[in-house]
Design a protein around this ligand. Structure first.
Ligand SMILES: Nc1nc2c(ncn2[C@@H]2O[C@H](COP(=O)(O)OP(=O)(O)OP(=O)(O)O)[C@@H](O)[C@H]2O)c(=O)[nH]1
Length: 697
C-alpha cells in the first residue's frame, strides 16, 4: 500500500482534471474550468474536497465501492505519475540541512523560496501560484509574509564540494516574514535551523531589518550565506552592496552569492552553498526523543497540527509522546513532512523538521517552544523560546452587540492559528462586552482584524491601540495598564511614578535626510544613541524612543520625510519613567471610555485639540448640540462643538409677522434643550480609528 500526499493529489488532479473536471470543480465550488487557473488552485480552494472528489471519481476505475470513505492517506492512487515512497530513514543527520531565508521586507525571500521549490521539483514550474508559501489570503492581498512557512525539498547534490560528498539531501527551508512586527516568527524559525540565507536587494542594499536579522542569526551562532538578490534590476549595484556587507558585518565579498529570483540567474549556486556551508544538525539518533514544538495550527479535518523539529532520537506513528510543560500524553496519529503540503511519512528522525498530529484538542495544549518526548522517558527539556512580547493592546468589540457569541467563536478559532495574540474579556460603557487583545505591533493588529473579517465573517470595532504602561502608587502597589479606561482617578491612591515602554530603533537612510530624521526623532522624545555611516551615501541612526511614539504613525512619517528611502527596525528596550496623563474624551459631558488614551503631559493639549477636531469631522450631526471635550481629570484642555441640525420651522410660515416667527424659533429652542438632556450620541467606527492618526505629534 502506498500513501500519497496532498501534493501528489494535486498531481493526480492535474493529470485527470481535463478528463473529469466538472465533478471536481463542482466539489471545489468553482463553476467552470476556465475560472480555475490551475489544478493547484482547485486543491487550495477545496483543500480536502478535491481529493475526495478525485477518489470518488476514481471509484469506478478502481472497482472499490467504499473508496471515498477510506482515509486519504490509506488510498493507493497512481495516475500517470511515477509511484514514489518517501523513506526518511535514508536521510541521517549528515544528509539534512535546515535553513531559513531572512531579509528586509520585499527583498525577495518568498520569490527565492518559490524558485528553490521549483528547482528541486517540489512544486511544478508554472503550476504553483507566485509566493507559493504565502498561503493566507491576507498575505496574498498585502504581498507580505505574516507566518513563517516550512517546506521540505530533496536535492541531488552532485559536485562533491568542500567537506560534502555527492548524494541526495533532505533540505528544510523556512521562509520568514520581513516586517518588524513578525520578527518573533523569525527568531522562532532560527531555532530549527543551522544556517540562513541572508538576502539583500542589489539596488536597496543593507536596510534596517537586514541589520536586525543578521544579528539574530549571528547571536544564534548560525552559518550565514550572504545572497545579493535582484541583480537583474537596472539600478542594481552588487559591488556596492558587497562593500556594505563587508563594512557592516565583516562579510568576505568572495563568499557573497549573486542571484535574481525573478530571472533565475545565479540560483544554481544557492543549494550547493547550503550543503557546503551550513552544518548538518548535531542531534543524536540513538538518544531518547527530544522534539521542539515550533508552531501549531488547527485544521478542521485533522485537529491540531504541530510543526516540530526532532532534536534527538526518532519518532514513529503510533508512539506515545508527552509534553514537558503540561505533562499531557498523546498518541502520534499522523507524522510526516511538509512537501510542501502535509505528506505522511510515518517517521521523523534526528535533525528533520515536519509535522505531527496527536489528538490535541486545542492549540492551547500545543505550547510553542515546548519539548515533547517519548512518554515515561523523562529528558532534559530544550531551552524553548522567550514568550512573545505584546507591544500594543486594543479592544475588539462586535459591531453589533448581539454578535458577541459569534465574535467569541471567531476569536477562539483565529487565536488557534495565531498564538501570538493575547485575549482577555473586557467591557466598555460605549461598546458593550468585548475583548482586550495584545498584538506584536500595529501591522499585526491590522492583519488580525482583516483575518477576523475575511476568514471568520466577524464585523468588529477595534478601539485605539495603546502600549502597556505601568503606574506605581505611593503605597508601593503597581498597576499594569493595557486599557486606559482602567486608570481611574478615584481609586484614592496617589500615583508616584508612571513607566512607559521604550524601544531601540535603527534607521538606515540616505545621508541627506539625516537632519530631518533627527528632528522627527527628537519631536518624538527620542534619545540619540549612535550615528554612523553604512557607506559614502547612507547613514545609520540608533535612537531610544518611547514605544507609544513609534507604534502610531511614526513609520509613515519617516517614509514621507525620506521619500520612502529610509528603513526602520526596532527591538524592545527597558521601561522609562515619564510624565504621563490620562486624556478623557467627553461627549456632552459624558466620558466615552473607549476613546480614553494615555499621553505625555507635554503633548496633552495638542493631542486633545487634534482629537476633538477629528471627532467633530466624523460624528454625525444630531438634532441637538454636541460638545466634544478632551480633559485631564476635571480640567478640560480642548473643546469643539457640533451644532444641532436645525429643522426649518419657518417653512410653513408664509409671510406672517416677526413675532410669529420668533415664537416658533423659541419653541424650537425649548425642544432642543429637552433633547440635549435625553439624547445620546451615536459614535461611528471611524471615531475610534481617528485617534490613531491623532497621536501624530
Ligand atoms: N526584479 C526583481 N524583482 C524581484 C526579484 N525577487 C523578487 N522580486 C520582486 O520583489 C517583490 C517582493 O518579493 P517577495 O518575494 O514577496 O519579498 P519578501 O522578502 O518575501 O517580502 P516580505 O515577505 O513581505 O518580507 C515582488 O514583487 C517580487 O516579484 C528579483 O530577483 N528581481
Amino acid at each position: 500500500m502506498v500513501r500519497f500526499s496532498v501534493r501528489r493529489t494535486a498531481q493526480v488532479v492535474s493529470s485527470i482534471a481535463r478528463k473529469l473536471p466538472q465533478e471536481a470543480l463542482r466539489l471545489a465550488s468553482i463553476p467552470c474550468m476556465s475560472q480555475a487557473s490551475s489544478s493547484w488552485e482547485i486543491c487550495n480552494r477545496s483543500r480536502w474536497k478535491v481529493p475526495r472528489a478525485v477518489t470518488s471519481l476514481l471509484e469506478g476505475k478502481c472497482r472499490c465501492n467504499s473508496f471515498s470513505t477510506v482515509p486519504l492517506e490509506e488510498v493507493v492512487v497512481v495516475v500517470g505519475e511515477k509511484e514514489e515512497r518517501i523513506d526518511l530513514t535514508q536521510y541521517p543527520p549528515h544528509l539534512v540541512r535546515n535553513f531559513s531565508i531572512i531579509a528586509h521586507v520585499d527583498h525577495g525571500k518568498s520569490t527565492l523560496a518559490d524558485r528553490l521549490l521549483e528547482l528541486t521539483g517540489t512544486i511544478r514550474k508554472g503550476l504553483g501560484q507566485p509566493q507559493f508559501l504565502d498561503k493566507l489570503q491576507v498575505e496574498r492581498e498585502r504581498g507580505i509574509t505574516v507566518k513563517a512557512q516550512t517546506a521540505t525539498m530533496f536535492y541531488n547534490y552532485g559536485s562533491g564540494g568542500i567537506g560534502s560528498s555527492p548524494g541526495r539531501f533532505l533540505l528544510n527551508l523556512i521562509d520568514t516574514p520581513g516586517h518588524v512586527d513578525f520578527s518573533y516568527e523569525v527568531s522562532r524559525s532560527l531555532a530549527a535551523c543551522q544556517g540562513v540565507l541572508l538576502l539583500v536587494d542589489a539596488a536597496q542594499g543593507v536596510q534596517a531589518q537586514t541589520v536586525a536579522n543578521f544579528f539574530l542569526a549571528f547571536e544564534a551562532d548560525l552559518a550565514i550565506i550572504p545572497v545579493i538578490n535582484k541583480i537583474d534590476q537596472l539600478n542594481a549595484d552588487p559591488e556596492g552592496v558587497k562593500t556594505q556587507l563587508k563594512t557592516m558585518f565583516d562579510i568576505d565579498p568572495q563568499k557573497v552569492l549573486l542571484t535574481s529570483a525573478k530571472t533565475g540567474q545565479g540560483l544554481e549556486h544557492v543549494l550547493p552553498a547550503v550543503i557546503e556551508r551550513i552544518p548538518h544538525p548535531k542531534g543524536v539518533v540513538n538518544a531518547p526523543l527530544r522534539m521542539l514544538l515550533l508552531d501549531s495550527y488547527y485544521d478542521e479535518y485533522k485537529g491540531v497540527i504541530c510543526h516540530v523539529a526532532i532534536v534527538d532520537g526518532v519518532l514513529k506513528r503510533g508512539e506515545k509522546i508527552e509534553s514537558a510543560v503540561t505533562r499531557q500524553r498523546y498518541d502520534v496519529m499522523d507524522i510526516g513532512i511538509l512537501y510542501p503540503e502535509l505528506t505522511p511519512t510515518g517517521i521523523l528522525l534526528t535533525g528533520q523538521v515536519g509535522y505531527v498530529v496527536s489528538g490535541m484538542r486545542s492549540t492551547h495544549e500545543a505550547r510553542i517552544g515546548d519539548t515533547l518526548y517519548q512518554a515515561s522517558m523523562v529528558v532534559e527539556p530544550l531551552p524553548g523560546f522567550k514568550p512573545a512580547k505584546h507591544m500594543v493592546f486594543a479592544g475588539v468589540y462586535p459591531a453589533d452587540g448581539s454578535d458577541y457569541d459569534a465574535l467569541c467563536h471567531a476569536i477562539e478559532r483565529l487565536t488557534c492559528n495565531d498564538a501570538s495574540v493575547s485575549v482577555t474579556k473586557e467591557s466598555s460603557g460605549a461598546l458593550g462586552i468585548g475583548f482586550r487583545c495584545g498584538f506584536l505591533g500595529l501591522l499585526h493588529m491590522d492583519v488580525f482584524h482583516q483575518r477576523l473579517e475575511q476568514e471568520h465573517g466577524a464585523q468588529v470595532i477595534t478601539t485605539t491601540p495603546t502600549v502597556p504602561y505601568i503606574f506605581e502608587y505611593a503605597d508601593g502597589s503597581k498597576l499594569n495598564v493595557q486599557n486606559p479606561a482602567a486608570l481611574t482617578s478615584n481609586s484614592g491612591k496617589r500615583i508616584l511614578t508612571c513607566w512607559e515602554p521604550t524601544v531601540m530603533a535603527t534607521i538606515i537612510t540616505p545621508s541627506e535626510y539625516v537632519g530631518s530624521l533627527m528632528t522627527l526623532c527628537s519631536e518624538r522624545r527620542g534619545q540619540q544613541i549612535e550615528y554612523s555611516f553604512v557607506d559614502g551615501q547612507r547613514a545609520m541612526l540608533k535612537y531610544r524612543l518611547p514605544l507609544c511614539e513609534v507604534v502610531i504613525d511614526f513609520y509613515n512619517e519617516l517614509k514621507s520625510i525620506t521619500s520612502g528611502y529610509a528603513s526602520f527596525d526596532y527591538e524592545e528596550a527597558e521601561y522609562q519613567s515619564s510624565d504621563l496623563v490620562k486624556l478623557d474624551v467627553l461627549l456632552n459631558g459624558q466620558a466615552v471610555d473607549a476613546l480614553a488614551t494615555i499621553v505625555h503631559r507635554s503633548k496633552a493639549h495638542r493631542i486633545g485639540r487634534e482629537l476633538c477636531d477629528k471627532l467633530k469631522n466624523v460624528l454625525d450631526r444630531q438634532m441637538f448640540e454636541v460638545a466634544i471635550q478632551a480633559a485631564i481629570g476635571s480640567k478640560v484642555v480642548a473643546r469643539e462643538t457640533i451644532p444641532a441640525m436645525r429643522k426649518n420651522v419657518l417653512a410653513k410660515c408664509y409671510g406672517g409677522d416677526v413675532s410669529r416667527k420668533r415664537k416658533l424659533l423659541e419653541k424650537q429652542k425649548e425642544g432642543k434643550k429637552r433633547m440635549k438632556r435625553v439624547g445620546s450620541v451615536d459614535i461611528p467606527q471611524e471615531a475610534f480609528h481617528s485617534l490613531l492618526k491623532t497621536s501624530k505629534v
